[in-house]
Design a protein around this ligand. Structure first.
Ligand code: DX5
Ligand code: ZN
Length: 234
């Protein structure tokens, strides 16, 4: 059920490059969306930070809702917020296709995952670097997307943490083939292949993409680097 929803919404081959909009040029947001669409990115990854769960503030549902009519790309919201259950309906209404909450913010996420699923949204669960995989184990079947943080959440532009690799490997053996395994933080040309080899098939990329003059070339190069290592979704 979750998998059918995922496949109908995320109609794209793997590996997937998901640009992290935290690093885009907000002064030219519409143009950035057009350029990413032209580069054949099929996802926009929206990093929502509340200044409480993480020490930084970004943007919220209102902004996502305003961008929604501009493109058909898959909207992947990553909520780095405390008490996400209080805000989840705003993100559903904003038109997000998947919404990911942190296990550290919702120690028992069953209700919120079920709510997302019933609302037609692909449910996602994220784990921060210090959190063991066992914390999310009971909920894996209720998720369409698992996000492994490879930096401490809160800021773009940090270095990739190698300690995420064994977690990705472990999770790959625990999830269904149809579940997305996403890695987020410090992904670029030097790190994407090892994350792919560990089992990730969906790569959130901020700095390494938005620092490039040509997004199309950058997306293609990242896909090529990941492709040989990536298992496809079945
Ligand atoms: C960090 C965010 C990431 C981040 C990615 O809290 O979840 O999506 O912005 O940016 P880079 O690729 O620069 O690490
Ligand atoms: Zn993110």
């Amino acid at each position: 059920m979750i998998n059918q929803k995922l496949q109908s919404k995320l109609n794209t081959p793997f590996p997937v490059i998901a640009p992290s909009m935290l690093k885009c040029d907000f002064g030219n947001l519409h143009r950035e969306v057009e350029l990413l669409e032209a580069a054949e990115a099929s996802v926009l990854h929206w990093d929502v930070m509340d200044g409480h769960f993480v020490p930084n503030l970004s943007y919220g549902a209102l902004l996502i809702e305003r961008v929604r009519p501009l493109t058909k790309m898959f909207f992947d919201a990553h909520l780095m917020v405390s008490n996400p259950e209080e805000y989840i309906d705003e993100y559903i209404k904003a038109g997000c296709d998947s919404i990911t909450v942190h296990i550290e913010a919702v120690p028992d996420p069953q209700d919120i995952l079920d709510h997302m699923n019933k609302s037609g949204v692909v449910p996602g669960l994220a784990i921060s670097p210090k959190t063991p995989v066992e914390m999310i184990e009971p909920y894996l079947e209720s998720c369409g997307l698992i996000l492994v943080m490879s930096v401490e959440p809160g800021f773009g532009g940090q270095s990739f943490m190698e300690s995420s690799l064994p977690k990705i490997k472990q999770l790959k053996t625990m999830i269904a083939n149809s579940t997305i395994l996403s890695v987020d933080g410090g992904i670029g040309m030097e790190t994407i292949a090892e994350a792919a080899a560990a089992g990730a098939n969906y790569f959130v990329v901020g700095s390494a993409l938005f620092s490039q003059a040509d997004y199309s070339i950058a997306v293609n190069e990242l896909v090529e680097k990941a492709r040989s290592q990536t298992a496809s979704l079945t």
